[in-house]
Design a protein around this ligand. Structure first.
Ligand SMILES: *Cc1c(COP(=O)(O)O)cnc(C)c1O
Length: 352
């Protein structure tokens, strides 16, 4: 059900900027209200513990850690498994590389990007990056991302993940999976999440994207790595107190919101098809999950002009790179909203 509630008679824009704009469900509010809580920095919070155990089990890991954001989950995975002056190897458009470089500056590590296709690292380049000796740094972590945000919500093939994991393992290097949208990937592949996460030692999962919880993420991994991450979380100021209120919403999200993600994927495809009918001025990626990138280079308008013009037509999007727009479907987007969105693109083209 849509929760966009206009304060007055103005039409509420269709918001395709991100799946992070999703609001908590009524069931989440109820679970937050009735959640058993404690002090997560003292003797623990039962609702936080329940979320951590549930997500760990779901992802086939020994333990979990509730953190304020997926950025922090990724940072902790790095800090807990590396030493300063070593390197992290990851695909060169990975969120951890492009959008979390601020976090990276705190680590004292070098992040080595490896070029890839649809978010999957080129395996020859990866092999090269893992070599040691001479001027090279010791690689202490390999990271993957699925679904892959910058690659347009693409899903890593399981055999690619198996190969990368095998290459890392051969060198005694742990693998981290940035699974901010892990369940979008699981739904797209039609497999349980742990079939994906078996190829990673640690996994981060974002609760506040398509799963619709207000805030938070979970880092899952071995007992030893999670214990270390718990200490590091305190050092970063990420230990919260009655955080069970937020964890309760997250648990509701993980338990009830994964199945419906397929609707977002179907609507993203409907959006892509609608925009591709406006060729050749525009072309849209064919989505595997809930993200569509729209190429505007041949439209004669810059993407910042596009964002403003679409907003005037009642559609919110985000610029992505210099010539692209990003559109993300989510729980508040219905079929009619997709039609409104496509009409907005058509109207802007007509007025240009
Ligand atoms: C959104 C996102 C993150 C960061 O999540 P926050 O909770 O906003 O910090 C990390 N990785 C990927 C792939 C993302 O899409």
């Amino acid at each position: 059900m849509t929760q966009r509630t206009p304060a007055d008679n103005q039409t509420v824009p269709v918001d395709l900027r991100s799946d992070t704009v999703t609001h908590p469900t009524a069931a989440m509010y109820e679970r937050m209200r009735t959640a058993p809580i404690g002090d997560d920095g003292l003797d623990g919070d039962p609702s936080v513990r329940a979320l951590e155990a549930h997500v760990a089990a779901l992802l086939g890991k020994e333990a979990g850690l509730f953190v304020p954001s997926c950025t922090m989950a990724n940072l902790l995975a790095v800090l807990a498994q590396t030493q300063r002056n070593e390197q992290v190897v990851l695909e060169s458009s990975a969120h951890m590389y492009t959008s979390e470089r601020g976090a990276a500056t705190f680590t004292g590590l070098f992040y080595q990007g490896v070029s890839g296709t649809d978010g999957a690292m080129d395996l020859n380049r990866l092999e090269e990056a893992l070599l040691s000796g001479g001027h090279r740094l010791k690689t202490s972590l390999v990271a993957m991302e699925t679904s892959h945000n910058n690659a347009g919500g693409t899903v890593l093939p399981l055999d690619h993940m198996r190969t990368v994991h095998g290459m890392a393992q051969a060198g005694g290097i742990p693998v981290h999976l940035d699974g901010a949208r892990l369940f979008n990937a699981a739904v797209a592949l039609g497999v349980p999440a742990d079939e994906i996460t078996q190829y990673a030692d640690t996994v981060s999962l974002c609760l506040s994207k398509g799963l619709s919880a207000p805030v938070g993420a979970v880092l899952a991994g071995s007992k030893a790595v999670i214990a270390k991450s718990r200490t590091l979380r305190r050092m970063l100021g990420g230990t919260q107190r009655q955080s069970g209120i937020m964890a309760a919403a997250g648990l509701e999200g993980v338990q009830t919101m994964t199945g419906r993600l397929v609707e977002d994927h179907v609507r993203a495809r409907r959006l892509s098809d609608g925009i591709n009918r406006l060729a050749p001025a525009l072309s849209a990626t064919v989505p595997q999950t809930n993200i569509v990138q729209v190429e505007t280079a041949d439209s004669g308008m810059s993407n910042t002009q596009w964002v403003a013009a679409l907003q005037a037509e009642g559609l919110l999007t985000r610029p992505w790179g210099r010539t692209r727009l990003r559109c993300v479907t989510h729980r508040h987007i219905e079929d009619e909203d997709i039609d409104t969105a496509v009409q907005a693109f058509a109207a802007v083209l007509k007025k240009r």
